[in-house]
Ligand binder design. Structure first.
Ligand code: FMN
Length: 143
């Protein structure tokens, strides 16, 4: 299962690309995920969120993180990808992954691969995205 939030569409494209490469067919926006009860067992969830504000989650994703029934995914693997801009910041990371990974681990999910921070401005680093997809594929083969 793949869940993303996106305002301008870039994160949706990244999520679609990774979903296609790793073979996960269920692709949901954060809002859709909130309103759709899980009808089957999920072994893996891949999450994508853009940075809006200094180390701030996009608001639909924040809602998902705080209110989703993560307990229903206890035991599942997860991977997280944050999008943002490197220019003007000291770190090659956007600051979202700490809160996201901590929350999911606290709910009993386990991290499959290190989080990915993608520089998406002015263009998306697709090489990085594809390498991360391949890393996910190499770790687990469940869809
Ligand atoms: C109004 C606005 C504020 C942003 N604030 C940040 C920020 O504080 N830090 C950061 O790393 N990226 C920031 N970005 C960059 C976005 O995270 C990046 O453009 C991302 O690809 C947007 O994803 P989306 O098109 O899926 O909404 C901002 C972009 C916009 C338009």
């Amino acid at each position: 299962m793949v869940i993303f939030s996106s305002v301008g569409g870039t994160t949706r494209k990244v999520a679609q690309r990774v979903a296609g490469r790793v073979g996960d067919e269920l692709l949901l926006s954060a809002r859709e995920a909130m309103s759709l009860p899980l009808s089957r067992r999920v072994e893996r969830v891949l999450l994508f969120c853009p940075t809006y504000g200094d180390e701030e989650l996009e608001e639909n994703f924040e809602d998902l993180l705080l209110r989703y029934d993560w307990a229903a995914l206890e035991g599942a693997g997860f991977a997280f990808c944050e999008l943002g801009i490197y220019t003007g910041y000291e770190n090659f990371g956007h600051g979202l992954e700490r809160i996201v990974c901590r929350t999911l681990i606290d709910h009993g999910l386990h991290q499959l691969v290190p989080s990915l921070s993608v520089d998406a401005v002015p263009i998306t680093d697709w090489v990085m995205v594809d390498a991360w997809s391949d890393l996910i594929l190499s770790r687990q083969t469940v869809s």
